[in-house]
Design a binder for this molecule. Structure first.
Ligand SMILES: Cc1cc2nc3c(=O)[nH]c(=O)nc-3n(C[C@H](O)[C@H](O)[C@H](O)COP(=O)(O)O)c2cc1C
Length: 216
């Protein structure tokens, strides 16, 4: 697949068939993940792959209970929709997200991206040097993983709501407490088709040389 087409058609896929995903396919995606950039090339990641059915179900239960708290909290603070199209798009995403919450444990595999709790803050004689959050050194690896899966025709969704019960997830999977679980990615053959997702156009949110100067 052509790279740009793969990028353009990688989006959250939340409905999967029962078809398996092979170990080789997962490893291929993980090899893409480790090629991602990280601050100072520290590569602050570990991966935990879950394929065992019972463990997937237990992870799925934690995810569903997290989503059960997230969904009403989100709906309570939802701003008014700007258009009927926006509302329809939100409702579609909400329905797909609910489906994932109820079926995450059925996904063929899931990969957890773990980050050791490290500080990337350096200091000099003038004080702390903010050179970015350590999370920024893991999400590029997650995105590489999603893209490599797309190349194989495997659907994925980057999720984080399980963090509501992160400690339960650590206990279940014997993850040491010093690791943050920064993403949980279910994967499987998608029920729907890959396509270009709706987005605000890049031109509308890009400034040139000074903030607010749009392309003319
Ligand atoms: C940091 C982050 C956290 C996310 N967490 C979740 C999540 O917990 N559950 C979920 O279903 N989708 C989650 N998503 C997926 C987003 O909802 C999705 O990327 C967005 O709605 C755009 O979807 P689209 O590419 O299909 O248009 C997350 C995405 C990001 C980047």
């Amino acid at each position: 697949m052509e790279l740009y087409e793969g990028i353009m058609t990688t989006r959250a896929m939340r409905r999967f068939t029962a078809e398996p995903v092979t170990r080789d396919e997962i490893v291929r995606c993980l090899k893409a993940a480790v090629q991602a950039p990280s601050g100072g090339n520290i590569q602050p990641w570990q991966f935990l792959v879950v394929t065992d059915a019972e463990t997937r179900a237990a992870v799925g239960d934690i995810y569903r209970r997290s989503y059960d708290r997230y969904e009403p909290a989100l709906l309570a603070v939802l701003p008014p929709f700007r258009s009927d199209e926006d509302e329809a798009s939100f409702r579609r995403t909400a329905a797909a997200s609910r489906h994932l919450a109820d079926h995450l444990g059925d996904a063929a595999a899931m990969v957890l991206f773990l980050m050791p709790a490290i500080s990337m803050t350096l200091a000099d004689d003038q004080g702390d040097l903010d050179v970015g959050t350590p999370y920024a050194s893991v999400y590029p690896a997650v995105q590489n993983f999603l893209l490599a899966a797309r190349d194989l025709g495997i659907g994925t969704a980057l999720t984080t709501v399980y963090r509501i019960y992160q400690q339960e997830l650590r206990d279940l999977l014997e993850i040491p407490e010093r690791y943050e679980v920064v993403a949980l990615v279910p994967m499987g053959r998608p029920v729907g088709r890959f396509g270009v997702a709706r987005r605000r156009p890049a031109e509308a949110i890009t400034s040139w040389d000074r903030f607010g100067r749009r392309d003319t």
